[in-house]
Design a protein around this ligand. Structure first.
Ligand SMILES: [Zn+2]
Length: 261
């Protein structure tokens, strides 16, 4: 039972953070050698070791794998800091250059680029679940942009995790979500379970500011694909051929924008 429990903890930590499982095993080894067996001390020791690894050891090692952390600035920030703590903020340097360019294009608007899951620091095909394709540092999810009832820009978001607060189709718009669900792709809707609570419910999806964000990204020719739900693409009157439909096997993209190079 003990081994089974340890295996499950190892697996969950590896899925969530890539390195967490290894840190867990290392911590287990160290506390045994130090003859520590009180649960709070074991837990504290894990937190210390995880923090040390995540913030001091992983970044220089990741550069050997051609990855680096997303470079935060006044206007490039994670929607939720858990993205950073869980090591889900690693990209190839090109993505950082794109974000910096876009930040420059958006300089006058006050809009902040809020990012979600990117990639893990190591290995090319290590999956970043639940995403299908975030395994090489060349993909990044970004939050939609919102405004208040008067149309004033807000940099706040509607979901704690950044995922699952949908801007669904209005009547008369292309309802790809119903189409996929009717075809039996029930996972299409699953991000609704990933919000960790909705917040700022007064905010409204801003067509104008989200379009500004996407347009600033498209100025970077390195971007090969952007995924967003078709009804939002049409609503924002975006026509660039790099804005593609991701298909029913993915999940709905009316809660975030996916970019890739
Ligand atoms: Zn994505």
């Amino acid at each position: 039972m003990r081994l089974l429990l340890k295996s499950i903890i190892f697996l969950v930590l590896s899925i969530l953070t890539q390195i967490g499982g290894l840190v867990y095993i290392s911590n287990d080894y160290l506390i045994k050698r130090a003859k520590i067996n009180r649960t709070p001390l074991v837990f504290l020791s894990f937190i210390f070791l995880y923090g040390l690894t995540t913030f001091l050891i992983v970044p220089p090692l990741a550069s050997l794998f051609g990855r680096e952390k997303i470079k935060n600035s006044d206007r490039i920030q994670p929607t939720n800091y858990a993205t950073i703590i869980l090591n889900r903020n690693y990209v190839v340097p090109e993505i950082n250059r794109i974000l910096k360019n876009s930040e420059g294009y958006l300089k006058t608007s006050g809009l902040k680029i809020k990012y979600l899951d990117a990639g893990f620091p190591f290995l090319k095909y290590f999956p970043l679940l639940p995403h299908l394709s975030h395994h090489d540092g060349r993909k990044l999810d970004l939050s939609l942009v919102y405004s208040d009832a008067h149309g004033n820009l807000s940099n706040d978001k509607k979901s704690r995790s950044g995922y699952g607060a949908f801007e669904g189709p209005s009547s008369g718009e292309n309802d790809q979500i119903s189409t996929c669900l009717k075809q039996g792709f029930s996972q299409y809707d699953y991000p609704k379970y990933l919000t960790f609570g909705t917040v700022n419910t007064h905010l409204l999806f801003s067509e104008d500011y989200t379009k500004d964000l996407i347009t600033s990204l498209l100025k970077n020719k390195e971007i090969t694909k952007i995924f967003i739900e078709p009804h939002l693409k049409n609503r924002m009157m975006l026509t660039d051929s790099r804005i593609k439909y991701h298909g029913c096997r993915a999940v709905r993209h009316d809660d975030h924008i996916h970019i890739q190079i």
